[in-house]
Design a binder for this molecule. Structure first.
Ligand code: 2AM
Ligand code: CA
Length: 268
């Protein structure tokens, strides 16, 4: 992608993410019109929808040839990654947004012909922006993030994951998941995949694993983690498909091999 064009897209994307965050902070204590989607705990609010509509309007007015792949379906729902595609989660961690009023993020990944070029994860309540352009490093606000810690033993690793995967896991034997949790140093559950990617990039957790995420949960995070030398695949070690749901493991490459090896033993 042309560097000048990418810089222009990046500047606008950051401006819109901050503007959307401000609107969310203003409106979040008003009526949220909470609905459920795939199950009783899969929540969506008026602000998820309005925020996505805001991005669709902004992107289409400034970059009319770009496509939008957004969680709430107001974009183009593209069937290919040809061209420039904005992969947007207007609120990642909606349960946190509704119940906790913190620990949710706006996640924007911008891909060109399938390559992740820009990643933005905005922690709305903390007013902290994690951002990266491919090949130019990852930043937390103005501070460049160093390369990931070279932790190579899983017994020193803190891994983000949802406890849900210990009780109902269609892909990995529960006993193997339990052994994994016992063998690592600790788990953390933040409830926002995007923030868990950002924390992995920051090195405050050593990785993040999930058995089911959507492209908008991970698109920005993959770009940011790449820039600090991390790697993201599905739990079989395959590249993540940005047009479909997927399992996810993100961490440094040494841990990745060890964790994939452990999980393979329990693969159903
Ligand atoms: P969301 O809040 O945008 O729905 C919670 O552990 C993480 O998983 C959040 O990033 C959440 O994103 C995502 N998530 C929740 N339910 C999901 C589902 N049914 N499919 C895919 N991702 C989901
Ligand atoms: Ca969401």
């Amino acid at each position: 992608m042309d560097k000048k064009l990418r810089d222009d897209i990046y500047i606008h994307a950051i401006e819109w993410v901050r503007e959307a965050g401000e609107v969310i902070r203003d409106k979040m204590y008003g009526p949220l019109d909470i609905e459920t989607k795939s199950n009783a705990n899969d929540l969506v609010t008026k602000l998820d929808k309005e925020t996505e509509q805001f991005f669709v309007a902004k992107v289409k007015s400034k970059f009319s040839g770009h496509f939008i792949h957004g969680e709430e379906g107001y974009g183009d729902s593209p069937t290919s990654l040809d061209g420039t595609v904005w992969i947007i989660d207007p609120i990642d961690g909606t349960m946190n947004f509704v119940h906790q009023k913190r620990n949710f993020a706006i996640s924007v990944g911008i891909y060109h012909d399938g390559v992740g070029e820009i990643g933005l994860i905005y922690d709305v309540m903390a007013n902290v922006l994690y951002h990266a352009k491919k090949g130019e490093g990852a930043y937390k606000d103005d501070v460049q993030l160093p390369s990931l810690p070279e932790i190579g033993n899983i017994n020193e690793a803190i891994i983000g994951m949802n406890h849900f995967w210990l009780c109902e896991n269609k892909l990995i034997e529960e006993q193997v998941m339990q052994k994994f949790v016992k063998d690592i140093r600790g788990t953390r559950t933040y409830g926002s995949a995007a923030l868990e990617f950002a924390y992995t990039a920051e090195g405050i957790i050593d990785g993040y694993i999930s058995m089911r995420l959507s492209p908008w949960d991970v698109a920005a995070g993959i770009v940011i983690v790449n820039e600090v030398g991390g790697i993201t695949t599905d739990i079989d070690g395959k590249i993540v498909n940005m047009l479909d749901k997927s399992t996810i493991l993100t961490c440094n490459s040494v841990l990745q091999k060890k964790i994939l090896g452990m999980l393979k033993e329990g693969r159903k």
